[in-house]
Design a binder for this molecule. Structure first.
Ligand SMILES: C[S@@+](CC[C@H](N)C(=O)[O-])C[C@H]1O[C@@H](n2cnc3c(N)ncnc32)[C@H](O)[C@@H]1O
Length: 258
């Protein structure tokens, strides 16, 4: 099979045949899978892309697992919407004191689970001190490859992705000075207190009525800062934080709707 045919087959297999092994080999989340942690976000996109105007946003791209999945899903449903994707592709820049593991306290309803996980991690690793730099299997997310991500985007002709590269502290404020359009949805997956504190008010303000924000780390067992920042903002504004339906064995996920 020549390269053009192979490319077409790969694209169609991803879009229409639900070939899980292809998604896994490419490091893309399988948006068809009923167990995907982002399935509620994908369902929202499928259901409302024609009814609600605006583009999609992603904060925290890493190697593009969720970004490429969302882009392919938009292609599958023949949506012309774009995804603006923000990351420095270098990993965490700094930590706030609200990211320290000792911030998991009684205000986190999930306190016991955090202690158990911490115990398991301690038993499972030679590292005696677990902290916010080594608690994730990806460490501080230094190992992302922007070049590899670009290669995948180009190979699959995903022309609906706009990458905004750099530290959120610089890119987000600058970008939204001139971006005045309403927002359809956002996938917030940036782990730490300061990114959530900075980005959430901007996004929520521009979110369309009935728009959707997926908050990936609200129930995080690793990073307490997300919940602290989201609670601070939502309590002040009286915004309801909703929990997705999950299987018994599954990690909880939360979202905001406007
Ligand atoms: C959990 S990962 C994103 C995972 C991704 N959504 C996926 O599907 O694999 C978090 C990302 O946030 C980025 N990040 C965290 N703080 C940042 C900052 N201040 N500026 C830019 N990027 C940041 C990191 O570089 C990292 O790639």
């Amino acid at each position: 099979m020549n390269n053009i045919k192979l490319k077409k087959t790969l694209y169609e297999d991803l879009l229409y045949k639900n070939n899980d092994y292809l998604f896994n080999s490419l490091g893309i989340d399988n948006f068809n899978k009923p167990t995907s942690p982002l399935r509620h976000y994908y369902k929202f996109i499928e259901k409302f892309h024609k009814k609600i105007k605006g583009d999609l946003f992603e904060f925290g791209v890493f190697n593009g697992r969720s970004l490429l999945a969302t882009s392919l899903l938009l292609k599958k449903i023949k949506s012309k919407k774009k995804i603006y994707a923000f990351d420095n592709f270098k990993g965490f820049t700094s930590f706030h004191s609200n990211d320290n593991l000792n911030k998991f306290n009684k205000n986190h309803k999930i306190y016991k689970q955090h202690l158990l996980i911490k115990k398991c991690l301690n038993l499972n690793t030679k590292k005696l001190k677990i902290n916010n730099r080594n608690i994730s299997t990806s460490g501080i997310f230094k190992s992302s490859s922007y070049t590899n991500l670009r290669k995948k985007i180009n190979y699959l002709n995903l022309d609906n992705i706009i990458i905004v590269k750099g530290n959120f502290e610089k890119t987000v404020l600058k970008f939204f000075k001139s971006y005045k359009k309403p927002i359809f949805s956002a996938n917030m997956d940036c782990d730490l207190y300061l990114p959530y504190k900075l980005i959430l008010p901007i996004i929520f303000d521009k979110l369309q009525k009935n728009g959707y924000i997926h908050i990936d780390e609200y129930f995080s067992l690793k990073f307490p800062g997300c919940k602290i920042a989201v609670d601070e903002y939502c309590n002040e504004k009286g915004i309801k934080i909703s929990k997705n339906k999950t299987f018994l064995w599954e990690f909880d996920r939360y979202f905001l709707k406007k």
